[in-house]
Design a protein around this ligand. Structure first.
Ligand code: TYM
Length: 334
């Protein structure tokens, strides 16, 4: 609790170009929840280097992502929007939590398996302990709730297990966090392979809608989306392409999938696809315009970066000192 409010933590990697999946699965829910909670939204640049990055590109993408958080509607006066690497407590707590996490647990993480298959020439220790840094992110702020897409659920479960294990040994040190998964949009699939999630690292750019895609590109990608030969619009696992388009449409318009199905009753895919395109454009265009505007205001963004890093450091240090004391590190002499 901070000032009588429950705490929310979430983050995104500044790797690759953000997709509509990131927006509908996470960012959109962050905005809905931001009034109710005391929120920490991090640009998790330390997670990004588990895969080799070009330094200048990473720095630029990190700044763009931070700007995008604000452009999407997160008020930086109320929400703590900051770079993970500006708060050393993340790394310090991660080290301690590493000593409370088992190799077997980390070996089971599907994201580790996927990423090691993808980057077979660079299976580094950071990639393996990635979920422990994520646990540190969350537990450092004593978060009650963590809004994420479904693909992060396994990491969230691990975070809960680590917190409970630690608490069983040392008393109630950490708040055990709950995941918040949105009702629609929690797993947006690729437009080209609807059995795979829409991903920043997809090699086929037609599978993903990127947040910075222009309206023509968005429309073209929606019109090219892979569907099926059934010809009727139902919300069913047997029609994964159509189901995904309905999910995107619902998440962008605020309608339920059932309402969307009703709206397209008796209509064909040729009507659904452009309607999805329009719905996506109406969500992304204002975001892009605001991003352009904010990006030009260097002094404003810089002031947010400075002030919010100070705020994050304050809360992170509070938890860190408590944990360090519990595990037996000597007190600091003032
Ligand atoms: P990342 O950067 O891969 O994704 C950011 C958020 O977007 C969600 N997401 C999706 N949701 C729906 N459909 C999709 N196709 C889709 N693709 C991505 C993710 O679930 C996530 O919520 N490890 C995390 C970042 C992280 C973090 C944290 C998150 C680091 N520390 C602490 C929460 C709490 C990641 O790589 O997300």
């Amino acid at each position: 609790m901070i000032d009588g409010k429950k705490v929310l933590f979430s983050g995104m990697q500044a790797t690759g170009n953000l997709t509509l999946g990131n927006y509908l699965g996470a960012l959109k829910n962050w905005i809905t929840l931001s009034d109710e909670y005391e929120c920490f939204y991090s640009v998790v640049d330390m997670h990004s280097i588990t895969v080799r990055q070009d330094p200048a590109t990473l720095r630029k993408r990190a700044r763009n992502l931070l700007t995008l958080y604000i452009a999407a509607g997160l008020d930086p006066e109320k929400n703590c929007i900051y770079y993970q690497s500006h708060v050393s407590g993340h790394a310090e707590l991660a080290w301690i939590l590493n000593c409370f996490t088992y190799m077997g647990e980390l070996n089971r993480m599907t994201q580790f398996k996927d990423k090691s298959a993808k980057h077979a020439d660079n299976i580094n220790a950071g990639l393996f302990t990635y979920p422990v840094l994520m646990a540190a992110d969350i537990l450092l702020y004593q978060a009650d709730v963590v809004p994420v897409g479904i693909d992060q659920m396994q990491h969230l479960e691990l975070t809960r297990n680590i917190a409970e294990r630690f608490n069983n040994i040392y008393g109630d040190v950490f708040t055990v966090p709950e995941a918040y998964i949105g009702k629609v949009g929690a797993k947006i699939m690729s437009l080209q392979e609807p059995s795979k999630k829409m991903s920043k690292s997809d090699e086929n750019p037609n599978g993903s809608i990127y947040l910075m895609d222009d309206p023509d590109t968005i429309m073209r990608k929606c019109k090219r989306a892979v569907t099926d030969s059934e010809g009727c619009i139902r919300y069913s696992d047997e029609q994964p392409g159509i189901k995904n388009l309905l999910d995107i449409y619902s998440a962008c318009t605020g309608k339920t999938p059932a309402e969307a199905v009703k709206e397209f009753e008796g209509k064909g895919y040729g009507e659904l696809k452009p309607a999805v395109g329009e719905a996506v454009i109406s969500v992304l265009k204002p975001l892009q315009d605001e991003f352009e505007r904010l990006s030009k205001d260097k002094a404003y963004i810089d002031s947010i970066i400075k002030e919010n890093a100070d705020k994050a450091n304050y809360y992170a240090t509070k938890t860190l000192r408590k944990v360090q004391r519990k595990v037996g590190f000597p007190d600091r002499i003032r």
